[in-house]
Every structure is written in C-alpha cells, then in structure tokens.
Design a protein around this ligand. Sequence first.
Ligand code: GTP
Ligand code: MG
Length: 168
Amino acid sequence: SDVNFKFKIVIVGDSSVGKSSIIRRFVSHEFPEVLKSTVGVDFIVQNLTVDGLSVKLQIWDTAGQERFRTIITGYYRGADAVIFVFDKTLRDTFDHIDEWVYEVSQYAAEDVLRILVGNKSDMQADVSVSEAQNKANLIGIQYIDTSAKSDINVSCIFYSIARELINK
Ligand code: GTP
Ligand code: MG
C-alpha cells in the first residue's frame, strides 16, 4: 500500500523519564517492567492511518544519559517533530526541559514541530499539570500528560503530531 506521508520524529529528555517505554507502549502495546537504558539512538518505524491517510513514522529514540549528548545532536537534522519528555515525579527532569529545548533549537530546523510530554502520571506527581501547561505555553507548544505504564495518552502524542504535520 502507498504511504502518503513519511515523518521523522526524535524523542528526547533526561535518562529514565520513560522515552523508550512510551515508544514500546505505542508500537508493541506493552510495558516491560525492566527496560535497558538506551545506548546512543534506537530507530523504530510505525505505520498509522490518520483521517484515511497512510503515515509512516520514523521514530528515533535517543539516550538521555549525559555521555551520549554529543552523538544525539547529529540526529536532530531533518526531524519533522521533536518530543520533549520529563518525569512528573522528578522535578529536575522538568527543569532540564529548557536545556533540551535550547539544544534542539541549535541543531533542528527552525520550523520543527515540538511537543512537551509529562510521563508517569500513574504516580504521585512532583510537577503539576498546570505547571507543565505553563511551561508549554511559554515555549509555545502543546502539552500532553501521559503514563506509559497505564497506557494513558500515549498514542495521543503520535496521532497529534501526525495530524499537525499532515496539515502543515
Ligand atoms: P534512557 O534510555 O536512559 O534515556 O531512559 P528512558 O527515558 O528511555 O526511560 P525508560 O523507558 O527506560 O524507563 C525508565 C524507567 O521508568 C523504567 O523502569 C520504566 O519501567 C519506568 N517507567 C517508564 N514509564 C513509566 C510510567 O509511565 N510510569 C511508571 N510508573 N514508570 C515508568
Ligand atoms: Mg531509553
């Protein structure tokens, strides 16, 4: 079958915020309790049908660990969308979003679609939805509250991105 659209998506954020878990939930519909920390960058393809259109998403799952920071900068080029993820139970990961946003602004296209995701909403939050929403508003992007574990709003992220890119 023909693919109408092909989009490159990069997912970033501190180590252990749940980037790989979000992708695993979306692509394989599962949540492995034990997942290895990502080394460098992983590549996953997922096909979607959005409003009757066939969309191929190329998803680049990056490592949050500091030692991979330089390698990752090479993957922002040509990205159609970047997903910024923080862990709602760890304020540090929320504070670091500003650094990730700056990092991406240096290497990605100026008109790259960006989206903010607060993950682990199944747990007691340290960062509230309104705080997260405020940060997203300041940056000028959409905020989505997710749980990879409980499967809350995960597919929302990708359908929202696909829809927005189709209509760009
Ligand atoms: P790096 O690859 O090191 O950058 O980390 P990552 O962002 O890919 O995190 P990963 O998906 O490996 O998840 C880290 C830990 O958080 C794992 O133990 C996951 O099981 C856990 N985790 C991920 N998502 C959720 C969630 O929605 N809720 C809860 N409670 N735990 C989660
Ligand atoms: Mg990972």
